[in-house]
Design a protein around this ligand. Structure first.
Ligand code: ZN
Length: 299
C-alpha cells in the first residue's frame, strides 16, 4: 500500500479508528539522516504517532510536535506532523546501534531510555496546548498511549511498527483506536476493544502479510458497525525549510559573526536538522544581511 491515512468509525460513532502507512516516508527519513536500524524504527514509530495525533485536529494549519528526551544513547527524537499529512523529524544521535532486545526486536526502548514525552498541539492560532508525561518504556507506542490516557483522558489503543532490513524500510505504520467520550462510560466496550487489540500481534506483520488498512479495521471492528471513510489522505515526508529561513536564522547571529564568516569561510553552510538539507550562503548574501542589519540599526 502507498503511504496514506485512513479513518473509520464504529459502534455508532462511539469508536474512532485511524490507520496510517508510513513505509516510504520512513525510508526517505532513513536515507536523509543516514539512520541506523534502531534509529529508523524509533523515528518511524514517532512519525506515525505524530500523524495519528494530528489526524483528529480540525484546523487546516494545525500541527503536532512530538518530542522525546531520554537518557539512552539516541538522546532525543523530534517530530513535526500536520493535519495536512506532512511530517518531518530527526533523532539526536542517528548512528546508534544496539543488540536486539530479548524478544528479538530492535531495542527502541533501550535506545531511548528513561525520560519524558512532550506533545505540543498547535491549532495555527492562539497559544499552543502542550503537555508532558514520563516515558513508560521508551518503545514510543506505550508512551503515546499513556499520554492519551492521562493528558487527553481518552481511552486509546495504539499499535506502531517499523520493519527495516538490509534493503531498507519494507513496512511502517500505525493504528490508533479511541473510545470517544460518550462511549467511554461503557466499560464493556472499552474491555472488548482492549482484548481485541491485545490479540493484534504488532502492526508490521499484518502489513507484510499483505493486509490493507481496511482489512485490519474489518478484522478488529467488522462486527461493531464499522464504517470506513472512502477517501484516504496522502501522507509524506516534507520539510518547511528554505534558503530564506536559513538566511533569517543567520541574520540573528549579528554583524560581527557574519563578518567573521565572510572573512574566514567566504560564506556559510547550514544544515536543516529536520531534513538534512544543506544550504550554502555566499559572502554576497551575508553582506546583504549585514547591510540590512545596519539599515535597521540606523532606522
Ligand atoms: Zn528542512
Amino acid at each position: 500500500m502507498a503511504d496514506q491515512l485512513i479513518r473509520a468509525t464504529a459502534a455508532n460513532d462511539g469508536i474512532r479508528a485511524v490507520g496510517v502507512i508510513t513505509t516510504r516516508l520512513t525510508e526517505e527519513a532513513r536515507q536523509r539522516h543516514r539512520l541506523s536500524y534502531v534509529a529508523t524504527a524509533a523515528l518511524g514509530r514517532t512519525m506515525s504517532a505524530g500523524l495519528l495525533l494530528a489526524s483528529n485536529m480540525k484546523q487546516a494549519e494545525a500541527r503536532v510536535n512530538v518530542r522525546i528526551r531520554g537518557d539512552g544513547p539516541l538522546q532525543g527524537i523530534l517530530v513535526d506532523a500536520g493535519v495536512d499529512g506532512t511530517v518531518r523529524g530527526y533523532v539526536t544521535n542517528p548512528a546508534v546501534e544496539l543488540p536486539p532486545n530479548p524478544k528479538g526486536k530492535l531495542d527502541v526502548g533501550g535506545a531511548v531510555g528513561q525520560g519524558f514525552l512532550y506533545v505540543v498541539r498547535d491549532m495555527g492560532y492562539g497559544y499552543p496546548y502542550s503537555s508532558t508525561v514520563e516515558l513508560v518504556s521508551g518503545e514510543i507506542g506505550e508512551d503515546v498511549t499513556h499520554y492519551l490516557m492521562t493528558s487527553e483522558q481518552t481511552p486509546s489503543a495504539l499499535a506502531l511498527g517499523v520493519f527495516v532490513g538490509a534493503e531498507g524500510v519494507t513496512a511502517s505504520g500505525g493504528l490508533l483506536i479511541q473510545v470517544l467520550p460518550k462511549a467511554a462510560q461503557d466499560p464493556a466496550l472499552v474491555e472488548l476493544l482492549e482484548s481485541r487489540l491485545s490479540q493484534l500481534q504488532g502492526f508490521t506483520p499484518l502489513l507484510q502479510a499483505g493486509k490493507t488498512l481496511p482489512d485490519i479495521f474489518t478484522d478488529l471492528l467488522g462486527d461493531m458497525g464499522l464504517k470506513v471513510f472512502p477517501q484516504s489522505q496522502m501522507v509524506q515526508f516534507q520539510c518547511r525549510c528554505s534558503l530564506e529561513r536559513v538566511l533569517g536564522a543567520l541574520k540573528m547571529l549579528g554583524q560581527d559573526e557574519l563578518q567573521d564568516m565572510i572573512e574566514k569561510d567566504d560564506g556559510a553552510e547550514a544544515t536543516c536538522d529536520f531534513c538534512g538539507e544543506v544550504y550554502q550562503a555566499t559572502s554576497l548574501q551575508l553582506e546583504q544581511l549585514i547591510d540590512e542589519l545596519q539599515a535597521q540599526a540606523e532606522a
